[in-house]
Write a new protein. Structure first.
Length: 392
């Protein structure tokens, strides 16, 4: 065979001409011409170089075939996984519906039809809106990062109308009953409830705390929260009764976290080192006591209601509970002593009025842990002094 002359970007294998070039993403590409003609190889090479240059000057051309699943992966890796919203469990439905669909072919009608399908499946308006939020964020984020060039089809789809929020605040009598029962039967839950009611903190702000973030000594003991839902650090000032309860936790001096996770039949190897939910145990106690319509989240509002009844200014209450507002800037200087007084007010109202720990024959306090046993009842298990028995 006649030797081929050397041409930059063209090479030969078994008599077939190939071209080599750098694409718009900076990656080397090799392509066969399926023939031995040097002239044809040069023409194809020039054509590919022109296409690359067009994509560089007109970036939208790169996105003609990008699939929504690729945008979803990019968004998750660089943004979604770092949010506190826990979007991960919602993504499979979105990926199944739109993962293989070209992003430019997604229109508002497709988004709306998908949301209506979720409604037909029985999902709540809130959950449906969370799915919309993910897709809206994916488009906005990738457009901003110039990973996608086009319009955001989700912006034209309205959110589902959600039912009005509930205003259920436990009465003092209800909460004292819950505290007394949990202190005798599920001490870990009791400690959580004391912290929840006196600090008005979010559930995650308490369950995620480590012992090195607990400063239990000094005039104003506190739990340090490095980052709240609003993205700001804060201190949870602790009442005396909360400090005493924390020091009696089984994890005190033994575990990294205040509320460490533990293996269960369903999850023998917990994915999180700390407990991620305690609502199931609260609901069992609530049902046992015959208290209806009360959620664990409702307890966060009980403390502020007591403070306002005692004449604490609304702005002070909001800053203590972590709500953000420009009108609260003048309260940022609140002293540790003032904050301590507010948690002491809540503590006196709810916690300090319940009876002391029941004593056994040796004078030691009986402390039990409550765990679910199947689906029918409660299994009482925990640490107790000798000669004591679980409650009937």
């Amino acid at each position: 065979m006649k030797a081929k002359g050397k041409t930059k970007g063209v090479f030969y294998r078994n008599g077939i001409a190939y071209i080599r070039y750098i694409d718009a993403e900076g990656k080397e590409r090799k392509e066969s011409t399926r023939q031995g003609s040097t002239t044809a190889a040069k023409r194809l090479l020039e054509k590919r170089k022109t296409e690359v240059m067009m994509c560089k000057h007109f970036p939208a051309k790169q996105m003609v075939n990008v699939r929504f699943g690729n945008l979803l992966d990019y968004w998750w890796d660089r943004h979604g996984q770092f949010t506190r919203s826990g979007f991960n469990y919602l993504m499979p439905r979105i990926r199944k519906k739109f993962g293989k669909k070209k992003a430019r072919e997604m229109h508002a009608d497709h988004i709306e039809e998908f949301l209506l399908e979720l409604k037909d499946q029985g999902l709540s308006a809130s959950s449906i809106n969370h799915h919309r939020t993910i897709m809206n964020s994916v488009f906005n984020f990738t457009i901003k990062r110039q990973r996608y060039f086009g319009d955001n089809p989700v912006s034209a789809v309205a959110q589902m109308k959600e039912p009005p929020g509930r205003d259920r605040v436990p009465t003092t009598e209800e909460f004292r009953r819950i505290l007394q029962f949990s202190r005798q039967n599920d001490f870990e839950l009791y400690v959580f409830l004391v912290l929840d009611i006196t600090t008005s903190a979010r559930k995650s702000e308490l369950l995620e705390r480590r012992w090195d973030e607990a400063h239990l000594d000094g005039q104003s003991p506190f739990l340090k929260v490095p980052e709240t839902k609003n993205g700001d650090p804060k201190k949870l000032i602790l009442a005396k009764v909360a400090v005493e309860a924390l020091k009696q936790l089984p994890s005190y001096g033994k575990s990294e976290y205040l509320f460490p996770s533990r293996p269960t039949g369903r999850f023998p190897e917990p994915k999180s080192p700390h407990m991620w939910d305690i609502g199931g145990r609260f609901r069992k106690v609530r049902r046992t006591l015959g208290i209806k319509g009360l959620r664990i989240h409702d307890l966060r509002h009980a403390g502020p209601s007591i403070l306002m009844e005692h004449g604490i200014p609304d702005g002070v209450v909001r800053i203590l509970t972590g709500h953000r507002s420009k009108e609260l800037e003048r309260y940022q200087h609140l002293s540790e002593q003032t904050k301590q007084q507010t948690v002491d007010i809540i503590s006196r109202e709810f916690v300090e009025q319940i009876p002391e720990h029941p004593k056994n024959s040796t004078g030691g306090a009986i402390i039990y842990q409550m765990y679910p046993k199947g689906t029918k009842g409660l299994k009482w298990r925990g640490r107790r002094d000798s000669n004591s028995r679980p409650p009937a």
